[in-house]
Design a protein around this ligand. Sequence first.
Ligand SMILES: *[C@@H]1O[C@H](CO)[C@@H](O)[C@H](O)[C@H]1NC(C)=O
Ligand SMILES: *[C@@H]1O[C@H](CO)[C@@H](O)[C@H](O)[C@H]1NC(C)=O
Ligand SMILES: CC(=O)N[C@H]1CO[C@H](CO)[C@@H](O)[C@@H]1O
Length: 428
Amino acid sequence: MPHGFSSQPSSLPLVAVQSSTENFFSRWWFVAVVGLVVSATVIISVGIIVTVFIINSSRATMTSTSCFTSTASQPSNTWYLVGNMSTPRYYHTSTFISQDGSVLITGGINAGFGLASIERYIPSTGCFQSSGSMSSVRYYHTADSMSSLSSWIIIAGGYNGASAVGTADIYDPATESIVTIYLASAIYAQRSAIVGESQLVLIGGVNTIAVTSRAQVFSIGSPSAFAFAINTMSVGLVWHTATPLQNTSDLVLITGGTDGVSYYGIVSLYQGSSHAFIPLTPGVSLPTARVYHTGTYVPHPINQVLIAGGSTNSATYLNTFALFDVDTLQFVTITTTMLSPRGWHTSTLLPNGKILIIGGYDGTTSIGTCELIDPENNYVSTQVASLNVARHIHTATILSTSGNGTVLVCGGYKTGIGALNSCEVYVV
Ligand SMILES: *[C@@H]1O[C@H](CO)[C@@H](O)[C@H](O)[C@H]1NC(C)=O
Ligand SMILES: *[C@@H]1O[C@H](CO)[C@@H](O)[C@H](O)[C@H]1NC(C)=O
Ligand SMILES: CC(=O)N[C@H]1CO[C@H](CO)[C@@H](O)[C@@H]1O
């Protein structure tokens, strides 16, 4: 089973800087730092100052590319295989790059070995391009694109096979260069959220010794580095959700999770402007404690968060929803359910306003079924086409932010098989 943690780290150095390929005074280091200065200057010109302490810098020096040509255009409601990543992986990340419509895939784990490799999928050509390595092996990490920071992708924390990673790699899609900075503390299995375009918050997860109730924040401004939020959640949480309430762009809703002992229905609200968790009405909590669930924001005028599936106790899997209303900051009754119980699935808001629930794990095996939820019709679920390859712990990424939207699914874990290298696309 890939679930849970094999062991918790007991100690770790403050930061493990990769030594082999990193000549601190190399040409690429210089190029990358100059690139950072140039970008920082641009940002300063619109009144925002970026100051980060750079530990290290690198740039992809070679790329190998595998391309797969797909056949004729696909009919709607179809999943089709688009090719293989160079490496099978789960507990990886997948992030859309708006400048060129490509997708950055980082890290993960394969057959017990953590990965530092990065690849980029280019939908327009059908190519998977190897794009160098992160400064560390990372799985259970996060990757978020900050549009206010030239869409640089902040790849944060993770587990390196021995300990939590205490750095973040900032990847510039334009130059494929990486600069590495310190986190406030090493962390893995955190949840991440972009708040108001200018702040990245990492919430909960496992630090060097335990499941944590803290959050750490990277905000563009002065100073700009990771720093702890000014207060904490009421308990340490892992396998929780963190969903930006985009309509009120300053807030992030955190639901469920476990501290490794108890399973919680606890709900917290993080406020970006105050760098703090702010109180909710006492008693506001998930009707059912859960982990391995999803939380998906449904925009105005509906303005709700759909919590879907998960497990109550790591054994019993749920088909139920919970529905959080952002206007009242309360849960409201929802009577519809998913057609199948599942956790470790993904949930993607499509440009047409519907929510696509993909794959997951039902307590026994990986599943390939998918459901389309209609928020405008009481969140009624309809079975749609199944994945070609059943999987959980995969990633799902919207390939285009306009039009009908196609969703890219990559990697993951399949019961009885292990890590997957295949990627497939859903045609809405
Ligand atoms: C992808 O990898 C699988 C094995 O994992 C293989 O069976 C399949 O042929 C590969 N597909 C392509 C397009 O290379
Ligand atoms: C979305 O798909 C529908 C049905 O296939 C089509 O009529 C419509 O033009 C598409 N919209 C966009 C923006 O591609
Ligand atoms: C709660 C809230 O801020 N709602 C706003 C969401 O966005 C719409 C339109 O963008 C506004 O009209 C709402 O007031």
